[in-house]
Structure formats: structure tokens, C-alpha cells
Design a protein around this ligand. Structure first.
Ligand code: BGC
Length: 999
């Protein structure tokens, strides 16, 4: 078949941006000949390549358009061509029909006819909360606010507007940029993705994704990764890093972006987020906790992106919001995060970036957030309303459409303040929050943050829009001015500080060994283990299978924003992905690791089974690589439109594993399965095959993929990763609430979070469903034993925290509205097309308001009073300790987990109403290194090997009031049950809790 029109393009720089059309055969890779003996690709069986996708083609959206919109400036032409090709592909035709159907539905719905049965309630369902609490109420930010107020007091109206509004998509060097106030030496801020590295930048590190970091359960590594990421950002001149991500939290295992965060438990997510934030901010870079809130799926996340004119509404109750989804944001605020990004979706039928209950109420009042709220890119859907609801910065600055240059703020914000629609007080607070956050992380230090031109050479030293040294200074406009835009500064660290080493460690610790029958692992370099050697004269034969074992043959960065699943998977796709500086290939690393004197490695890096079965049969061990990919909704790969279509392995991997398992070693072989994945995958198609001895969930390892894997396979690092999610036996086991809404169910797609608190392991526990591998599970090459549980109480149970402390006084300003003429474009000002300015062209129609009306104050939350909430919520109520002993033969790291079971059959003593609690909830974890003992067996411990000894370490957990409280909707506070008993459970996973006590 002749190559399709865009064949050449696919092989170019952005190859695989698009999926191959059905029947395309362009992707036959040329096999690298590592091994003369192995079969060539031509020998491979025709394993039906199209049969691997169990999912049906989901609703089709105008992804071509989306690419063009989000694709960087330099890709626009290519995106256009992709669109042309798409139109003629058979599957696209089907998609076109679906689109037509959607369009017709939308038309009918907009006609307000009989179809409008499930649209949004007219006034939404989210309670109002006004006015926006002012920043500057927390002692820890006192000095920053003092300095910020001093600066903001000197700013004119347009200068204040300038620092709250982005300059427009691709107008400056970063994905988001604000304008400076040169007169006061306040810089233009550069905002850049995050969260696993620096997007669109050179000489940087591709760290493991959030989900891998979550799987380490290692607080120290979480901090170190944040710190290294922060350092790279600072050295590239990035002021605000767009990460960490903690929303999506992972309600839906197939959610396209859950891999950016740390796993679907609020405590694990919260601790990992806080550690990351501390790391980033200790380097002087502002971290961004994103996406606030409930952006749990990609389908319909934005207006128009998927067809419907409105974004999806996540409908949720107050208790679940607090106990599950807002929890990690509370931890982020407690850690002092400088910025929070509000999300695209609606929450209870009010857009997250103009939802006053979420922003003013929960975030700024109850959680005491002192930094600034920025919008996700185009998540701002109104001008005045969003400001009044608590938004402080709009990104990238454009209006309702991508790169339209018609900001809802900029000049409109200037106007809204001049005519009294937005109180001056609000604008002052918006600007002060931005400046205070800048001071808070120390960016006024000109040693570390040199002044920007013309006063110095500070600012971003890279361009998101070109790889050339010289490039356009404002590529989003028609302006043709050029300058040096890339200085190619290497920020990857050197020597002991080389960040690749950290990546390797995180990736290895984030690899979860879930099966290791007969102790097949660790492997040995020479192949045969001592006990197996006897009588063996031949070389040890290792077969490596699966496309995921080697890198994309078109180049590791062939697909823009990693938007394809080709070759080994080390990151999901979207704005949260970066260009790999290098990617250690698993196959290469395996070849390095085995001794080729005694081991014979053959590779079949394809998902097709070799035609000649003996090639599988003659192996002693078979290592099969498989994967599952997903990403952000502006890109699709084949039929995966952001969210996954199901939880199975992709690209025929299940069939591959099954086939290899059947034939490996002619039935006597041993199979190791390595899975790179964005989230939970169903393993049932082959997990019980007797030859499948070992399974590793390697998550998304980043640039050190191969090396980190070999570290674990060969035992250089004893596996200590634990699952940050549940692996079910079947998708339905996650419950009805876990399903992506793939088709719109109204003009405003509605998604009810009716399962409330019961997501992931909480659902499995409630319904008593046996998972394949539970949350928190993972194996080691040694064995640990837990003893000596001790629960110490620091006082009696009392229902409520101490009264809310009042905090300090925020700065005050003159609220005088200036003469509108001061907001006019300065004479002779050279405007760039589509660039966003705060200035007005004319003052016509602007009426000076007679009086500024004061809004009624919503009641302040008793749960508030400091960063993260009422400080008493974090008072220590219990100390729990236990001793962990290594009773095996090798040193290892053990993750000890603390779960709390709230009193069962509990009734609120005041109302007599029953309060439902999950069976147990994670409340703490500690990873400890315990050396194997040398002095003989542990007395009385079954399974303790002779000579195993038993070194022990103590683990200690501090349990806070909040840990022991639930969110009482009636009292609008955290309430600790004072009747009944709490279960205190300590162990190795959510279902292996050998130590139990009551309190
Ligand atoms: C994503 C954000 C990202 C932003 C800037 C948006 O589409 O949702 O996570 O930070 O783009 O790239």
C-alpha cells in the first residue's frame, strides 16, 4: 500500500504526533542486530496489529484543531496537514459521523427543546462565598506582605493589572508570562510546566512522573526530586513552576492525567505534594499546586474542546470535597505553596476558576491560602465574576479562545476597576498576592535572580518556541524582532549532584515488584544461579520481548509532548511531559547487565510473536515488556483520546505476554513481565499462567528507565516500591464512580461523584472485593516483621478543634479610583498584534462609580485560621510506634503504613444521625532502611531463616486531630468522634496489617 500523504511528515521531527490510520503499514521498524542468531523482523508472525485495542472508538473530537491550537507556534503548519490526512482515514470517517451526531445534538439542545433534559441548573449548585479574603493574614508571610504592600502601593492601576494578566500565548519565552513593572524593578514572571521536568527546554532532566514518585513512598526522595526540579527551574530563569499536580487525584483509574499526580489516596498525595513543594520552594522557585479542583477526566474538561460548549461539571458533596479531593491542596497550602492553579472543569455547575465557594471560601478562608490563584490555560471563563470569586492571575492571558489576544482581563480589568465592577480593594489584593509570593520565596535576591534587561541579564534563558539560538522575541504576534532566545544552559547537575542519579533512584524505588514466585528475582549477572548451574554446559538464554523494551526508533522525542505510545514508555503525554535529554533503553541496559560470556540475550522488540515458536521455546527466561499510555486531552494517540478506553495493556501486550508465557522454555521457562504504565492495569489475562514468575510495575520511570529497571532486576536495589493504587481483577471492581464519561449527557456534561468517599481501596474495602494487588502492596527480596505496637494518647477525645485564631491584619491601601485617563496607552506606544496590554484606547463610556458597594461578608470558617486550616487541626493527638525487623538475608527498605479505622456504627451524638466511615484510611507511612541481621534467627519468628538475624528499626507516627476527624457538613468543621473506638492498624499494605490496637 502506498504511504499515506503525511508519511514523510511522520518520520520528521514530530513523527507520531498522529496515529497511523487503520491499515497503515508505515511503522515496520528496522531491527537492530544485536544478535546474529535471532530471527529478523520479517520472520515475525502476523499477529493482528489491529486486534489489540479492546476499546471501541470513542466519541470523536476535533483533535486536529486542538493540536493546531495547542501545538507550539512552530508546529501549526504540521498540525494543519495532520488534519487533512485525518479527514480521509476510515476510522476518521466514523469519527466524523459521531461528530456530526454530537453537533446535531448540540444544536437540538441549544434550541432549548425536548433534549434539554439534563442541562445545568440555572444558578448552579455551588453556594456563593464573598468577598475574597485578603492575603497577608498569616504570621509566616508577614514580612513578604509588608514588602509587597510597600511595592504595590507605588503601582499605578495599569501596573497592577499588568502583573495579574498574562501577555498572551507565545508572546514571550515561557508557556505563561506576566508583564513587568520596570519602574519598580518587579520582573516579568515566567511560568513553565512541570510537573516532571521543564517543558520545552533543553539540557534539562526528565524526572520520573508523579505516579512513580508516589510508588516510592519515600518522603526524602519526594523532597529531593522537588528540589532538583526547582533548581533546574531557577537556573533556567523560571519564576513559577507549574507543578506538582494533585488533581486529578485518580478517582477514575483510566483518567488521562492521573500519572501526573501521586496516586488516588489523599494522604499519600498530600504528603508527596507537600514534600515536592518544599523542595521546589527551597530553591527559591514558586511551586504551583494544580489542578484545583475535580478535573478528574480529560473528556469534556474544557468548553468546546470536545464538542459541547461547556466544560463538564463535577458534582460533589461537601464532605467528600474536604476529606478526599481538597485534602492534598490543604497539605500544599500548609507547606506554604506560592500558587494554586484552578482547573478547567466546573464544580457543582460553576467553573472552578470562578467558583467562589472553592476559591474564596475553601481555599482562601478555610485553608488560609496566602499566595495567588492562577487559571489553567484558558480555564478563565469570565472577567468580573472570576476576579470577585478569587482568581488572581489569568493565564496565558488570552480570552475565551486559544491565542485570540482578547483577554477577559488586561484592559477589561482596568475598565472593570475604573467603573466600579471590581473593587479597587480586590485588585490591590490580587497584585499584592502575586508580589508577596515572589518575596516569600526570595526572588528579590538579585544574586540568584539577576535583574531583567535592560538592567541585567536575568529572565528566562530559553525559548519554548524554537530550538535555535536566535529567534523571535514575541512569536505569538506579527512582530519580527529577533534576539538570542536560547542560551542552552545545562541545568542537569554535575558530579554527585547529577540529577540523572536521582532519577535512577526514584525510578528504581518507584518500581513495584508484585509477583516473585520461587524467588526468581533477583537475577544474577552470569545467568545461572549457583544452585541451577550443576550440569549446565550451554549459555544461559534470555529472550527479551515487546516493543516497550526499546526506544522509539524514530527518536526518543519523535512525538511532540510525548503524544504517542511508540517504543518504551517512560512518561505520559501532554503539557506534563518533557523532551528527554536521553533515555536509557531497557533492552540496552539488560544487555549491559548480563555477562555475555555466559549469557546469550536475544531480543524481539515487537508486540508480535515470532513466527518461529522455537525462538521462544529455547529461552531459559523470557522478559516481556508491556505498557499502557494516556495523557492530556488536547492530544490523541490512535483511539486513546486523553483518557484510556479501558484498563488493559495496550498494543496487543496481553496477547504477547500470553503467547510468551505459553512457549517460554517449552513450558519450563520462567517469564518476567515488566510493565510501564500511567496507572492501574488489569493483569488477569495472564497473571496466573504458571510460567509467569515475576511481575514488575515500573510505572513511568523517566530518562533512567533501563538503568533503574536493571537495578531492581539484579538486586542492586532491593525493591521497595509499593502500589500507590489498587490493581483490580476487573474494571467494574473499582465501582460505577470510576468510569470515565465518554459521551456528553447534556449541554453541560454532568458527572456526579455519588460514590462519595469510596474510591480506590476505600471502595474495595467497603464492598469487600478482593483486588489482585491491593493499595500499598509490594514485595521485597527480604522479609520484614513488625512487632511492639505502642499507641500513646496525648489527651482525651474532644469533638472540635480550638476556636479559630484571628490571624494578623492584612495590608490596607487607598481605594481611590484613579482618573481613567491615566490608563490610556502612553503616547507613541508601539503595540504588538494580539499582545495583551492593560491600557485603554479610549475612556469613552467609563463612568466613575458614585459609591463602591460593600458585599455582605460570608461567615468565616471555624476550620480556618492559618495555612492549611485551623492550626489545632494539626495538633498531635496520638503517637503510634512499632518496631520493624529485617528477618531475611539481604538489607532492604520497608514501607510501614498506618491506617485508622473510625468507630463503626457511629451516630452523631447531637443529631442521632449515623455517620458512615470507610473501613480504614491511610494516615501515615514511613520508609525505613533495615539491614539484615547477622546473629542468627529471630526468636519465635516463623519464617526467620537460620543465620538471618534480625536488625530492627523503630517507626513513629504522629497522628493529628485532623487525621482522627471527619468533615461535619452541618457544623462546617472537622469533628472527632468521641464515642466508640478507633482502630489503629499498622502493616505493610492496606490489606496486610498485622499490628492492631484500639483507642
Ligand atoms: C494544562 C496545565 C498546564 C498548562 C500550561 C494546560 O493545558 O492543563 O496543566 O500547566 O496547560 O501548559
Amino acid at each position: 500500500m502506498p504511504p499515506p500523504e503525511s508519511y514523510e511528515l511522520r518520520r520528521g521531527k514530530y513523527a507520531k504526533l498522529d496515529a497511523p490510520a487503520d491499515g497503515d503499514d508505515f511503522d515496520t521498524p528496522t531491527r537492530r542486530s544485536f544478535d546474529s542468531n535471532a530471527s529478523s523482523y520479517e520472520d515475525l508472525d502476523e499477529f493482528d496489529p489491529l486486534n489489540y485495542d479492546a476499546g471501541t472508538l470513542k466519541q470523536k473530537r476535533s483533535t486536529g484543531d486542538l493540536r493546531a491550537r495547542k501545538a507550539s507556534f512552530r508546529d501549526a503548519e504540521f498540525a494543519e496537514k495532520v488534519q487533512v490526512k485525518r479527514r480521509w482515514a476510515p476510522s476518521r470517517l466514523c469519527c466524523f459521523l459521531v461528530l456530526l451526531f454530537v453537533a446535531a445534538t448540540v444544536l437540538l439542545l441549544s434550541a432549548g427543546g425536548i433534549w434539554a433534559w439534563k442541562s445545568a441548573p440555572k444558578d448552579g449548585l455551588s453556594p456563593p462565598w464573598y468577598p475574597t479574603p485578603k492575603g497577608g493574614t498569616d504570621e509566616k508571610w508577614k514580612e513578604s506582605y509588608r514588602k509587597a504592600a510597600e511595592l504595590v502601593k507605588q503601582m499605578t492601576l495599569v501596573e497592577k493589572v499588568n502583573i495579574t494578566t498574562g501577555t498572551g500565548w507565545s508572546m514571550e519565552m515561557c508557556v505563561g508570562n506576566t508583564s513587568p513593572v520596570p519602574r519598580l524593578k518587579f520582573p516579568s514572571l515566567c511560568l513553565q510546566d512541570g510537573p516532571l521536568g521543564l517543558r520545552f527546554a533543553d539540557n534539562i532532566t526528565a524526572f520520573p512522573a508523579g505516579i512513580t514518585v508516589g510508588a516510592t513512598w519515600n518522603k526524602d526522595l519526594m523532597y529531593k526530586r522537588g528540589r532538583a526540579h526547582g533548581k533546574e527551574a531557577r537556573l533556567k530563569g523560571i519564576n513559577v513552576l507549574l507543578g506538582p499536580a494533585m488533581g486529578p487525584l485518580g478517582r477514575m483509574p483510566a483518567g488521562g492525567r492521573t500519572w501526573e499526580g501521586f496516586g488516588p489516596d489523599p494522604v499519600l498525595q498530600g504528603i508527596a505534594a507537600a514534600q515536592t513543594i518544599k523542595g521546589i520552594q527551597d530553591e527559591g522557585v514558586m511551586a504551583t499546586a494544580k489542578h484545583y479542583l475535580l478535573n478528574e477526566q480529560e473528556h469534556f474538561r474544557q468548553a468546546w474542546e470536545w464538542g459541547p460548549p461547556n466544560a463538564i461539571s463535577s458534582n460533589i458533596d461537601d464532605r467528600t470535597t474536604h476529606e478526599i479531593y481538597a485534602w492534598p491542596f490543604a497539605e500544599s497550602v500548609r507547606a506554604g505553596v506560592a500558587s494554586i492553579m484552578c482547573s478547567y472543569n466546573q464544580v457543582n455547575n460553576s467553573y472552578a476558576c470562578q467558583n467562589s465557594k472553592l476559591l474564596n471560601g475553601i481555599l482562601k478562608d478555610e485553608l488560609g491560602f496566602q499566595g495567588f490563584v492562577q487559571s489553567d490555560w484558558l480555564a478563565q471563563r469570565s472577567g468580573v465574576a472570576s476576579s470577585l470569586a478569587g482568581l488572581d492571575m489569568t493565564m496565558p492571558g488570552d480570552g475565551l479562545k486559544w491565542a485570540d489576544g482578547k483577554s477577559l482581563w488586561g484592559a477589561q480589568l482596568t475598565k472593570a476597576v475604573l467603573n466600579g465592577s471590581i473593587p479597587m480593594e480586590r485588585l490591590n489584593d490580587m497584585a499584592t498576592r502575586v508580589v508577596a509570593a515572589w518575596y516569600q520565596v526570595g526572588q528579590d535576591d538579585t544574586e540568584k535572580w539577576p535583574l531583567q534587561p535592560p538592567d541585567g541579564d536575568g529572565g528566562p534563558n530559553f525559548s519554548s518556541w524554537t530550538d535555535e539560538e536566535i529567534g523571535l522575541l514575541h512569536p505569538g504576534s506579527t512582530d519580527k524582532t529577533t534576539g538570542v532566545v536560547n542560551k542552552f544552559i545545562n541545568v542537569q547537575g554535575e558530579g554527585d549532584d547529577f540529577h540523572g542519579n536521582l532519577v535512577r533512584q526514584v525510578a528504581a524505588e518507584g518500581t513495584v515488584l508484585v509477583k516473585n514466585d520461587d524467588n526468581l528475582l533477583p537475577l544474577v549477572r552470569n545467568g545461572w544461579k549457583e544452585e541451577e548451574k550443576v550440569g549446565k554446559v550451554t549459555k544461559y538464554r534470555v529472550g527479551v520481548f515487546g516493543e516497550d523494551s526499546r526506544v522509539n526508533q524514530d527518536g526518543i522525542n519523535a512525538c511532540k509532548d510525548r503524544g504517542c505510545n511508540v517504543g518504551t514508555l517512560a512518561s505520559g503525554w501532554g503539557s506534563g511531559a518533557v523532551d528527554y535529554p536521553y533515555l536509557t533503553e531497557p533492552l540496552w541496559a539488560l544487555r549491559q547487565a548480563f555477562n555475555n560470556e555466559s549469557v546469550y540475550v536475544v531480543d524481539f522488540p515487537s508486540n508480535k510473536l515470532p513466527k518461529d515458536k522455537t525462538l521462544i521455546e529455547e529461552q531459559d527466561i523470557c522478559i516481556v515488556f508491556a505498557n499502557a499510555d494516556a495523557g492530556e486531552g488536547y492530544m490523541s494517540f490512535e483511539t486513546t483520546h486523553g483518557d484510556r478506553n479501558d484498563l488493559y495493556l495496550q498494543k496487543g501486550s496481553d496477547m504477547l505476554v500470553k503467547g510468551v508465557a505459553k512457549s517460554c522454555g517449552a513450558g519450563h521457562g520462567k517469564v518476567i513481565v515488566v510493565i510501564h504504565t500511567v496507572g492501574p492495569v488489569i493483569l488477569e489475562n495472564w497473571i496466573d499462567e504458571p510460567t509467569v514468575k515475576a511481575v514488575l510495575i515500573a510505572n513511568l520511570p523517566g530518562q533512567e528507565s533501563g538503568n533503574s529497571l536493571v537495578d531492581v532486576l539484579f538486586g542492586h536495589i532491593n525493591p521497595s516500591g509499593r502500589l500507590p493504587y489498587t490493581i483490580a481483577k476487573k474494571e467494574d471492581d473499582y465501582g460505577p464512580g470510576s468510569k470515565i464519561l465518554y459521551y456528553p449527557n447534556g449541554l453541560v456534561p454532568q458527572q456526579n461523584f455519588s460514590e462519595g468517599l469510596y474510591i480506590d481501596y476505600r471502595y474495595f474495602d467497603k464492598k469487600d472485593i478482593a483486588p489482585r494487588y491491593e493499595f500499598g502492596y509490594g514485595l521485597s527480596y527480604t522479609t520484614f516483621h513488625l512487632t511492639s505496637l505502642l499507641v500513646t494518647s496525648h489527651g482525651p477525645k474532644t469533638p472540635l478543634p480550638a476556636p479559630r485564631p484571628s490571624g494578623i491584619e492584612p495590608p490596607t491601601y487607598s481605594t481611590d479610583i484613579p482618573d481613567p485617563k491615566t490608563a490610556l496607552f502612553p503616547p507613541g506606544f508601539r503595540k504588538l498584534s494580539k499582545y495583551i496590554y492593560p491600557y485603554l484606547s479610549s475612556t469613552d463610556g467609563i463612568k466613575h462609580p458614585e459609591i463602591q458597594t460593600n458585599m455582605l461578608q460570608s461567615p468565616l470558617s471555624e476550620a480556618g485560621g492559618a495555612q492549611g486550616g485551623n492550626p489545632d487541626l494539626y495538633s498531635k493527638i496520638l503517637t503510634v510506634s512499632a518496631s520493624v525487623t529485617n528477618i531475611g538475608l539481604v538489607d532492604g527498605d520497608c514501607v510501614v503504613q498506618l491506617y485508622i479505622a473510625f468507630p463503626q456504627n457511629y451516630k452523631d451524638p447531637e443529631t442521632g444521625q449515623p455517620v458512615d466511615f470507610p473501613v480504614r484510611v491511610l494516615r501515615g507511612f514511613e520508609k525505613v532502611h533495615v539491614e539484615a541481621g547477622k546473629q542468627g534467627p529471630v526468636p519465635g519468628v516463623k519464617g526467620s531463616p537460620h543465620g538471618g538475624g534480625g536488625n530492627s528499626k523503630m517507626v513513629v507516627f504522629e497522628v493529628t486531630r485532623k487525621d482522627l476527624s471527619y468533615w461535619d457538613v452541618r457544623r462546617q468543621n472537622w469533628v472527632m468522634p468521641t464515642e466508640g473506638e478507633f482502630g489503629i492498624q499498622v502493616g505493610f499494605s492496606s490489606r496486610n496489617l498485622p499490628l492492631q490496637d484500639k483507642w
